[in-house]
Design a protein around this ligand. Structure first.
Ligand SMILES: Nc1ncnc2c1ncn2[C@@H]1O[C@H](COP(=O)(O)OP(=O)(O)OP(=O)(O)O)[C@@H](O)[C@H]1O
Length: 311
């Protein structure tokens, strides 16, 4: 993704806010209004302001509000509580990392922000507008690239646009492939790609939709450590240059510290935020920086690791 990323900010950035209720500042109240219902006046102005910025070419990510979100699977007789009163904000253009034990509820939270499921309690907003369902401005990228094996890279990336009936997609597809450094592999099939290239294609498939919020669920989890480092650097460059908002689920504390401006540490299921780390380390960040090491130790201890493993 390093090459060819310049000059694409305008194309990546467009209005894509949901039409729904407005979320206010940290009121934390459990939402009883149906999705799409206005909770407070003034919703239109937020979207309009964002659209104006985008037209002016400044643009970019959307802010995300998570307010008193609780969620459970199962039914009333046998509920499986997964999220417990989770609240946080992600300012537009920033990267927040979610860390926590396996099975605590991180992916569930991403799915709720994506609008694939509705929280049982609480509210989620994008630019203070309530999330009422999935939207191409908020996209998930998974650990597994999930490419369609019978389609070329280009056709995989174009798939979402075609499904939505968006014409003139060729330029957008070419742009997205350039952005992730796969321009020369547009005609390749997934089986001809390395793991890293396949994951780049998955990123291109998201970027072609001009997302304002990228939801990344352990996106580098299956890559070897060197490819992983390269992809981390490339994601960082991409996110910083284009300023989309990123919410990253990872098990890798160093990855969180390298990429995120804020790190949220969750308890075992049902996930509660047990530690919030403001990661104001300047870029470029170095793993051997004493401040980096201190934060790493702090987070590992919050995750329940003993002193000897936290060093
Ligand atoms: N659709 C579902 N129906 C029932 N239970 C589910 C569903 N999705 C997830 N769960 C359960 O919810 C809990 C949280 O799952 P989730 O995938 O959100 O955890 P996670 O923190 O992302 O885990 P990991 O880090 O291992 O990926 C788990 O106990 C899981 O079995």
């Amino acid at each position: 993704m390093g090459a060819g990323m310049g000059g694409l900010c305008q194309s990546l950035c467009r209005a894509g806010g949901d039409v729904g209720a407005v979320l206010g500042p940290d009121d934390g109240a459990v939402c009883r209004a149906p999705p799409g219902a206005a909770l407070e006046p003034g919703d239109g102005s937020v979207v309009t302001a964002a659209a104006e910025k985008i037209v002016a070419g400044v643009s970019v990510g959307a802010s995300v509000q998570v307010r008193a979100v609780s969620h459970a699977f199962g039914d009333a007789a046998r509920p499986l509580p997964v999220l417990d009163d989770v609240s946080f904000d992600v300012p537009a253009g920033e990267t927040v990392a979610l860390l926590g034990p396996s099975g605590c509820g991180k992916s569930t939270l991403l799915r709720l922000i994506a609008g694939l499921d509705a929280p049982r309690a609480g509210r989620i907003g994008v630019d203070h507008v309530r999330v009422a369902g999935p939207d191409p401005s908020r996209l998930l990228v998974f650990q597994d690239p999930l490419l369609l094996p019978w389609r070329t890279v280009e056709a995989n990336v174009a798939y979402g646009l075609q499904a939505r009936g968006i014409g003139g997609g060729e330029d957008r597809v070419a742009q997205a492939l350039r952005l992730v450094g796969l321009a020369d592999f547009a005609g390749a099939y997934p089986h001809e790609l390395s793991g890293g290239m396949a994951q780049r294609a998955a990123f291109a498939r998201a970027l072609v939709n001009h997302p304002r919020v990228l939801l990344l669920d352990e996106p580098f989890g299956k890559l070897d450590s060197l490819t992983r480092m390269t992809m981390q650097e490339e994601l960082l460059a991409l996110a910083r240059r284009h300023a989309f908002t990123t919410i990253l689920v990872t098990h890798d504390v160093e990855e969180a510290l390298l990429l995120a401006t804020k790190i949220l540490v969750f308890s075992p299921r049902p996930a509660r935020i047990i530690r919030e780390v403001d990661n104001g380390l300047p870029f470029p960040r170095f793993r051997d920086d004493p401040a980096f090491i201190a934060r790493r130790r702090d987070i590992l201890i919050a995750l329940g690791h003993g002193e000897e493993f936290a060093r």
